[in-house]
Design a protein around this ligand. Structure first.
Ligand code: PLP
Ligand code: COI
Length: 365
C-alpha cells in the first residue's frame, strides 16, 4: 500500500534570484503568465512509496526521459489559483481547498495518482511563503499559482503511468485581457467543440486546452478575444469559453449560467458568483441556453449584460458576440452595472476589503 508521509519541503535558495529593484519593476506591470518567480516546488510520486521528496528549488528547466507518458499520451492535469496581498499586509489564498478537491478529481479522471488535498494545500502555502515578495499590490493584481502534475514513467504502452511529478510554479499577474474593464469580444465556435458527454470536460487537463486552440485561432482570425463553445451533441447549447465560465444577465435582473453537465469545468469563480448573487437576492438559474435564443434575446433587448469569469479573467464583461449569423453588441459594448457590482463584491472579498461570511479567504501570512 502507498504511504502518504506528512511531507516537509527542503528549501534550496536560488543563488541567481532576481534582485529587489528588478522584481519590483516587474511587479508594476506584469501582464499575464510571462514572468516566473525564483523558485518552483516539486513532489514525487512513486507507486509503492507514495508522495515523497518534497522540495522548493530554483526555477529552471526539468529533465525528463523522452519516453514518459506525458509526451505521448498527454497524461497531465493542472490548477490555477491566486495569492493576494491584503490592505493590512497579509498574503491570502481564495478557496484553495476547492482547487485541491478539483485537482484530486481531475487526477481520478485521468487515471493519475490523486494528491491528498492536505498535501496540495500545504505545498501551496509553503511555496507562497517562499515567494511572498512576488505578490503584487492589490492595485496591480495578484500572484497566479500554477500547480500541475505530469506522468513520469518512461514506457510506451498505453496505460496509466505508475509515477508522477507534482509541481508548482508562479507568475505575477495583472489583467488577463488588456481591455478587461471595457468588454471583450467573443466568437461562437459552431464547428469545433471542447468536450463531449463522458469525456474530460470537467477535468482540468492539458488536453482540453490543446483541443481548444484551433477554435481560439478561429476567434482571433475573426478579430475576437475569446471563444464560446457549444455542446458536442447538438451544437446549440452554450457551454463555456476557452478558459472561463459564462453568465448572462436578463432585463428582469436575473442571472443564468449553463449547468455543470459534466462537460464544463466546475469553476470556483462561477460557484462563488452563484453564492454571492443568491445572497444578494438575485434570481439565478443554472439552465441550458441555446445560441439561437441568446441572439434572439440580444436583438429583443432581453439580454442586458454578459460576462466571463475565472481565476485568471476574474469577471470580464463581454461587449460583442460574433458568429456566422452576424455581429451583435451587448450593452453598447460596455460593461454592465450588475457585472461591475458582482466583480466588485468578489474582488473586495479576495483582497480583504470586505467581510468574508463564507470563509473563502485563507490566510497564509
Ligand atoms: N472554464 C475553463 C475551461 C477554465 O480553464 C477555467 C479556469 O480555470 C474556468 C472555467 C474557471 O474556473 P475557475 O473559476 O475555477 O478559475
Ligand atoms: C485560470 O483561470 O486559472 C485558467 O486556468 C484559465 C487559463 C489561464 C487557462
Amino acid at each position: 500500500m502507498n504511504s502518504t508521509p506528512s511531507l516537509n519541503f527542503d528549501f534550496q535558495k536560488n543563488p541567481k534570484a532576481i534582485d529587489d529593484t528588478k522584481r519590483e519593476n516587474f511587479l508594476k506591470n506584469p501582464g499575464f503568465g510571462k514572468i516566473f518567480t525564483d523558485h518552483m516546488l516539486q513532489i514525487k510520486y512513486t507507486n509503492g512509496t507514495g508522495w515523497t521528496d518534497g522540495k522548493i528549488i530554483p526555477y529552471g528547466p526539468i529533465s525528463l526521459d523522452p519516453a514518459v507518458c506525458l509526451f505521448h499520451y498527454g497524461q497531465e492535469i493542472f490548477e490555477g489559483l491566486k495569492a493576494y496581498k491584503t490592505q493590512d499586509g497579509h498574503i491570502t489564498l481564495f478557496r484553495p481547498l476547492t482547487n485541491a478537491k478539483r485537482f484530486y478529481n481531475s487526477a481520478l479522471r485521468m487515471a493519475m495518482a490523486p494528491l491528498p488535498e492536505a498535501i496540495f494545500l500545504k505545498a501551496v502555502e509553503e511555496f507562497v511563503k517562499v515567494e511572498k515578495n512576488w505578490v503584487p499590490d492589490s492595485s496591480v493584481g495578484s500572484l497566479y499559482l500554477r500547480p500541475f502534475m505530469i506522468s513520469s514513467t518512461p514506457y510506451l504502452g498505453v496505460k496509466p503511468s505508475p509515477d508522477y511529478i507534482f509541481m508548482i510554479i508562479a507568475s505575477p499577474a495583472g489583467a488577463y485581457f488588456s481591455k478587461d474593464n471595457e468588454g471583450v469580444s467573443v466568437w461562437v465556435s459552431e464547428f469545433y467543440t471542447r468536450a463531449a458527454s463522458g469525456g474530460t470536460g470537467e477535468a482540468k487537463c492539458g488536453g482540453n486546452y490543446a483541443a481548444s486552440l484551433i477554435a481560439q485561432q478561429e476567434a482571433t482570425k475573426n478579430n475576437c478575444d475569446q471563444i464560446v463553445f457549444l455542446d458536442a451533441a447538438e451544437h446549440q447549447w452554450i457551454e463555456e469559453m476557452g478558459g472561463m465560465n459564462i453568465f448572462f444577465v436578463f432585463d428582469d435582473g436575473s442571472l443564468l449560467t449553463p449547468p455543470l453537465s459534466g462537460t464544463i469545468l466546475p469553476g470556483i469563480t462561477r460557484d462563488s458568483i452563484l453564492t454571492l448573487a443568491r445572497d444578494k437576492g438575485i434570481k439565478v438559474r443554472e439552465e441550458r441556453y441555446s445560441v439561437h435564443q441568446w441572439i434572439e434575446d440580444i436583438k429583443s433587448g432581453k439580454i442586458r449584460e454578459v460576462f466571463a469569469c475565472g481565476t485568471a479573467a476574474v469577471v470580464t464583461p463581454i461587449g460583442q458576440v460574433k458568429s456566422s449569423r452576424g455581429e451583435f453588441n451587448i450593452n453598447g459594448g460596455k460593461p454592465g452595472t450588475l457585472t461591475q457590482e458582482i466583480r466588485k463584491a468578489l474582488v473586495d472579498i479576495q483582497y480583504g476589503r470586505s467581510a468574508d461570511p463564507y470563509h473563502w479567504v485563507h490566510k497564509v501570512i
